[in-house]
Each structure stands twice: as structure tokens, then as C-alpha cells.
Design a protein around this ligand. Structure first.
Ligand SMILES: C[S@@+](CC[C@H](N)C(=O)[O-])C[C@H]1O[C@@H](n2cnc3c(N)ncnc32)[C@H](O)[C@@H]1O
Length: 243
């Protein structure tokens, strides 16, 4: 885990790498992101009777707001990195981007409107204090069970193929390798007064399995099986609501 996680994304080089390399068209991350888009665009109209106000914690370049374009009443992204938000503007992210200090984001709620809080690619590589910042933020937007939903991505599920890398692979200290188990995620939700309403998996395979010549086969298997075998997916989104 990077002890200076929040600082890492202040660096324009890290931002360029994230937006232009990690999410370049055809990469593993962009394929997974495409699947998340399809699922989210089905989830929101079925979970909400009226379009919610979207609050994206640690929004970065606004990937989730772009996925939800046109489906929400308003979209707000909150992030500590001006460089990430600037990249988001360049990418045409809809809605309002808020530059916030660590632990000081306040959701811009609208009375009478449900809320959808999202936190993608955040919980895995941060410490417990930053996870609590997210949950405290979510609880301001979601005061009770009828207020809406919280969606949290874990892109390093410990009950997945990815775990083999920890067991058998070489872990290079220059790259982060964290895992989060279902138990750790449910404990986090439980401790903050949330119950799990579901989980959705987006890939059973790891980035390495998407290299040529395996890309086509990995895509086909994931397309068919990642959803029914969500519990064992390397990338999972948890759906939670207040108890
Ligand atoms: C890996 S990026 C994920 C961005 C986006 N959610 C996505 O899925 O593409 C992590 C983001 O967390 C932001 N971040 C780090 N610490 C934060 C904090 N304490 N509060 C809010 N955002 C934070 C970083 O600036 C960065 O944009």
C-alpha cells in the first residue's frame, strides 16, 4: 500500500499514465470498465424510480460519471487531485468536479432526490483511515435505507485467480499488490451501518490473462461467466445500503 496514496495522484505523470496508459482503448482496465458501464446503465434505472443525484468519491478523471451520462439528475465528483480533475475536464466528464481536502468532502445532496454514491478503484490501495473517510462521506448522502445506494469497487478480490499471484508469483516491491476479502468488505459496511444488497463481478481473469494470444478466449469466458461467478471475480462492485 502506498503510504502517500493521496499524494501519488497529484503528480501529472501519474495522472497521464492512469488516463492514457491504464485506460487506453483495448487495455484490460478499459475492457473491464466497458463491462461496468453496461451493468451500471442497467442497474440505475432499475434501482431508482427517479433519477438519483450521483456523488462519486475519489472520482479521479470522472470515469464513473461518464459511464452514467444522461441517467442521473446531477453528477458530482469529489477528489483531492486537481490534476485528475483537470484530466476529467479534458475527457469531457459531465457534471460538477469538486476539489476537496482529505476528509473534507461534503456531498451536494438535493432534498427529495435519491442519492447514488460511488467509489471505484479506491478502497483496495488505501489504509483504513481513508476507507473510513469514504464511508463517512457516503453516510452524509445516505442517511437511511430509503436514501439510495452505495457502490464500491474492489479491484483486488482475495477470493479470485489473482490470489495465485500472491501465492506463486513474484511480487515486485515497486508495484502495489493489495487484496481485499469479502469479509473485510462486509466488515467495513457493517461497521458503518450498511447492509449488502448484492455484488457484481466483471472479470474472473487477471490482466496477464488478457495478453495475446489469450485475449479473445479470456473475453469470451468473462463475458459469459464473470457475472454468475461474481463471488470469485477479481474485480467486484458491492451494492450496499443503510440498515
Ligand atoms: C485510482 S484513482 C481512481 C479514480 C476513479 N474513481 C476511477 O475509478 O477511475 C484514485 C483517486 O483517489 C483520489 N484520492 C486519493 N486520496 C483521496 C482522498 N483522501 N479523498 C478523496 N479522493 C482521494 C486520487 O486523487 C485519485 O484520483
Amino acid at each position: 500500500m502506498a503510504s502517500n496514496y493521496t499524494e501519488v495522484f497529484q503528480d501529472p505523470t501519474a495522472v497521464e499514465k492512469y488516463a492514457e496508459r491504464t485506460y487506453a482503448p483495448g487495455t484490460f482496465s478499459s475492457i473491464v470498465s466497458g463491462r461496468q458501464t453496461g451493468w451500471l446503465r442497467g442497474f440505475v434505472p432499475s434501482a431508482f424510480q427517479t433519477p438519483p443525484v450521483h456523488h462519486d468519491f475519489a472520482c479521479g478523471t470522472g470515469r464513473v460519471s461518464r459511464m452514467l451520462a444522461g441517467l442521473v439528475a446531477a453528477s458530482h465528483g469529489y477528489d483531492t487531485s486537481e490534476a485528475m480533475l483537470a484530466k476529467g475536464r479534458e475527457l469531457g466528464t459531465p457534471g460538477h468536479a469538486h476539489l476537496v481536502g482529505p476528509g473534507s468532502a461534503i456531498p451536494q445532496t438535493v432534498p427529495g432526490r435519491p442519492a447514488l454514491v460511488t467509489a471505484f478503484r479506491f478502497v483496495l490501495n488505501v489504509d483504513a483511515g481513508l476507507r473510513d473517510q469514504l464511508m463517512d462521506f457516503a453516510s452524509m448522502a445516505l442517511p437511511d435505507a430509503d436514501a439510495g445506494f452505495l457502490l464500491v469497487e474492489n479491484h483486488g478480490n482475495a477470493s479470485s485467480l489473482r490470489h495465485l499471484r500472491k501465492t506463486f508469483g513474484r511480487l515486485d516491491t515497486s508495484t502495489w499488490f493489495q487484496e481485499l476479502s469479502h469479509q473485510e468488505m462486509t466488515d467495513l459496511f457493517d461497521r458503518h451501518g450498511y447492509e449488502l444488497a448484492g455484488m457484481q463481478g466483471f472479470t474472473l481473469f487477471t490482466q496477464g490473462c488478457y495478453r495475446k494470444p489469450w485475449t479473445g478466449a479470456a473475453k469470451a469466458v468473462d463475458g459469459a461467466l464473470a457475472s454468475p461467478f461474481s463471488k470469485w471475480a477479481t474485480d467486484v462492485v458491492y451494492i450496499a445500503r443503510r440498515r
